[in-house]
Design a protein around this ligand. Structure first.
Ligand SMILES: Cc1ncc(C[n+]2csc(CCOP(=O)(O)OP(=O)(O)O)c2C)c(N)n1
Ligand SMILES: [Mg+2]
Length: 393
């Protein structure tokens, strides 16, 4: 079995930050501890609710797909801390550019699970309004969202500089941009181009990599000889390695990065080391390419379990809280299911009318061809009715 994490000098050279260890105990980290010191019990309970809701919705997504109600589902199990922990410290005006597995990030941004599932039911090309949530739509083309994020970040920085030189500087602090991508996507050419531009223009962008150890069936060891965070140095900005199953560590690393971005110091990269506990998608079978032992090993590092243990043992949170959260999540999943089952398919005009903003000859031709095809059915039925004297029922 290929090792799932790289070894060697580079790994030793870059510390791996962790605040909440696998046993739910808080560790001291000279660099990042100050960035999580103010978290209250309410904050921790919020993070726990968000992470468990995402997991429950994720389970419902897989069931709905298995029952033929979704075209596809992309499980996020295992990545809840990396996603919730990186969105929670952002401001509503900061812009997120997701890949396709960022469900917990989307919910934390206020996107309704049902809206996200419209995409996976195949009845919309989007699901939500990016302007309303400051979160772009999912991108299935690996890494395509990253140059978009950098361009957007460059734009916000240039707008601000222009306003400052005109003497009309905004009173708010600069906006930040977060670009999400995976260990597999990190080896796409666009990532190199994005990092070069982001560095050259001091773009306020956080490159947030969820290294979940797999790119479908390709292990991380094949993608890179070094931790991905070490690559940032080659572009001249800071890279941080953090335990991506430690929600406190991710919150602290993200706050640290956002502070640098807002101070105009340019980009930061965070590599959140986590694990995709489920299949790549519902069309994938991970037993074909990875060992059960590895899954068990990461199972002990579950991000939700360690937060639960921490809440219990260090904050005296009792069963009632956990039971209420679980019940509320089940209710939310039931409502979600009912809403998904009641979704109307798109009309003919919606399917063909939204491919491009303006008329397009290819779409017009395909629309005409499809209408012809449909007309063929009614003609065949009419003929059959006449021949058999049937009612057509
Ligand atoms: C440009 C491009 N090439 C290939 C694919 C097929 N593909 C879909 S997901 C995937 C693996 C991505 O792995 P990673 O970036 O680690 O993200 P993860 O799925 O693990 O979240 C591949 C190769 C694609 N969608 N886009
Ligand atoms: Mg991956």
């Amino acid at each position: 079995m290929a090792p799932s994490t790289p070894t060697g000098e580079a790994q030793a050279a870059l510390p791996r930050h962790q605040l909440l260890d696998e046993r739910g105990v808080v560790r001291e980290d000279p660099k990042l501890s100050p960035y999580a010191a103010d978290l209250s019990l309410e904050d921790l309970q919020h993070l726990y609710r968000s992470m468990t809701l995402a997991r429950r919705v994720d389970e419902e997504g897989t069931s709905l797909q298995r029952q033929g109600q979704l075209v596809l589902w992309v499980p996020l199990r295992g990545q809840e801390a990396a996603q919730v922990g990186s969105v929670w410290p952002t401001r509503p005006t900061d812009r997120l550019f997701p890949s396709y597995r960022e469900h917990a990030a989307a919910f934390e941004r206020g996107i309704r699970p049902a809206d996200l599932m419209r995409l996976f039911r195949g009845i919309t090309a989007g699901g939500w309004d990016p302007e309303e949530h400051q979160m772009n739509l999912y991108t299935m083309v690996l890494a395509a969202q990253v140059p978009h994020a950098v361009g957007y970040a460059m734009g916000t920085a240039l707008d601000r500089r222009a306003a400052e030189s005109e003497g009309s500087a905004p009173t708010t602090e600069p906006e930040a941009v977060v670009a999400y991508f995976g260990d597999g996507a990190s080896t796409e050419g666009e990532i190199h181009e994005s990092m070069v531009f982001a560095a050259s223009y001091d773009a306020p962008v956080l490159f947030f990599i969820q290294n979940n150890q797999w790119a479908i069936s390709v292990p991380f060891a094949t993608q890179s000889r070094v931790p991905l965070a070490t690559r940032a140095a080659g572009y001249g900005f800071e890279g941080l390695r953090v335990d991506g199953n430690d929600v406190l560590g991710v919150v602290a690393a993200t706050r640290y990065a956002l502070e640098r971005l807002r101070a105009g110091e340019g980009p930061v990269l965070i590599e959140a080391e986590t694990y995709r506990m489920g299949a790549h998608t519902t069309a994938d079978d991970p037993t074909k390419y990875r060992e059960r032992d590895e899954e068990d090993e990461w199972g002990h590092l579950d991000p939700i379990d360690r937060l639960r243990v921490h809440l219990r043992t260090h904050h005296g949170v009792e069963d009632e809280f956990f039971e209420t959260v679980a019940r509320n999540n089940d209710d939310a999943a039931q409502q979600l299911r009912a809403e998904v089952l009641a979704m109307e398919p798109p009309t003919f005009e919606e399917s063909f009318g939204k491919a491009y903003a303006e008329p397009h000859s290819l779409v017009s031709a395909e629309r005409a061809e499809y209408l012809d095809y449909q007309a063929g059915f009614s003609a065949a039925e009419d003929t059959q009715d006449t021949e058999t004297g049937g009612t057509g029922a």
